[in-house]
Design a protein around this ligand. Structure first.
Ligand code: FE2
Length: 329
């Protein structure tokens, strides 16, 4: 049976995740399949991650098609994330997207990955004009839509919040997130750590050094994990509160991989009450990088007249959130 509406297939490949999502213009997410590259040791290696994406792409694509109950011929639009991200990973996704668009003779749409995180959040929460805290392994920023662009109200001046927690967890021997948050639940002692908040900007590298010093001094890992997570989440809640007070908006979205943190969600729930605003968590499967967010954002762009020619479909590893003019939302 032919599905109603316009169907878009989206490809996500900016970093660890190779994802394929399929969505329909009635707002239905028909499939959201992914395969995540896990480095054997240390951080992400861009070329290894790209090789991973190339080797799993056909499996993920097949799974998505079968989960969605469509055949490839029924797909009307192909979307892909063209930045920001790791060059080799982005190019792998873009190559697959171009090949599909050419083979199926369908239009191609290049999507800003950061904007897509927000746009899928708006779909799943029903929010219209939120203030957004975007927190992940590589991003920490506060933004809101103003005159057709997601303006940066504040950001980290050094490392991302997720990166700070991941590095701490690895150094403590418990592994990256969510391990630090799990260990924090067992913590009994809170060590006051320095808060680095300037306006709506934050900084985490000094905090990481302080936590490392506690590790070297032989303090219990759960206690340090408790102190570090509580301090980071308090800083993030603080800048979000400042953004809310400035913009006077009434909706709050928390997006990106670190947005899965139940403790951070809890702190934000408490904070918004003071401002008469509303916060709704996004379902976990749409918080980390995923293909559905690219498909949904690509579909909205396509329906408002956007299309990317093959010749202009190059990737932009350093693409910024506010580089994209949002004319479809
Ligand atoms: Fe992301």
């Amino acid at each position: 049976m032919r599905r109603e509406g316009t169907i878009c297939l989206g490809i996500e490949s900016t970093a660890h995740t190779f994802g394929v999502g399929i969505v329909s213009s009635n707002g239905e997410i028909l499939a959201n399949e992914n395969d995540i590259y896990r480095p054997r040791s240390g951080g992400i290696h861009p070329r290894e991650a790209a090789q991973h994406h190339a080797s799993v792409a056909h499996h993920v694509l097949r799974r998505a098609i079968s989960r969605a109950g469509v055949n490839l011929g029924e797909v009307d639009v192909i979307a892909f994330s063209y930045g920001p991200g790791l060059g080799p990973c982005l190019r792998t996704g873009a190559t697959i997207a171009r090949a599909l668009a050419l083979k199926l003779r369908r239009p191609l749409v290049a999507v800003n990955h950061g904007v897509a995180h927000i746009v899928i959040g708006k779909l799943t929460t029903g929010f219209k004009d939120p203030v957004v805290l975007y927190v992940a392994g590589g991003n920490t920023l506060v933004t809101t839509l103003h005159e057709k662009r997601y303006r940066l109200l504040g950001e980290t001046l050094d490392i991302a919040a997720g990166n700070c927690l991941d590095v701490f967890g690895i150094k403590a021997g418990i592994g990256p997130m969510p391990a630090p948050e799990e260990y924090a639940k067992l913590g009994k002692v809170f060590y006051p750590l320095p808060l680095h908040v300037k306006g709506m900007d934050v900084s985490f590298s000094g905090l990481l050094t302080s936590a490392e010093k506690l590790l070297e001094a032989g303090k219990a890992v759960p206690d340090i994990a408790l102190s570090l997570t509580e301090t980071i989440y308090a800083m993030l809640t603080e800048v979000l509160e400042r953004a809310l007070a400035l913009t006077q908006k009434k909706e709050v979205l928390l997006v990106g991989g670190l947005a899965r943190s139940r403790r951070l969600q809890q702190m934000i729930t408490e904070m918004v009450k003071i401002h008469g605003a509303e916060f709704k968590p996004i379902p976990d499967q749409f918080l980390g990088d995923n293909g559905a967010m690219i498909a949904w954002n690509g579909l909205k762009m396509f329906l408002s007249g956007h299309e990317t020619s093959i010749e202009r479909s190059f990737v932009k590893p350093r693409l910024r959130l506010d580089e994209t003019e949002v004319t479809w939302d």
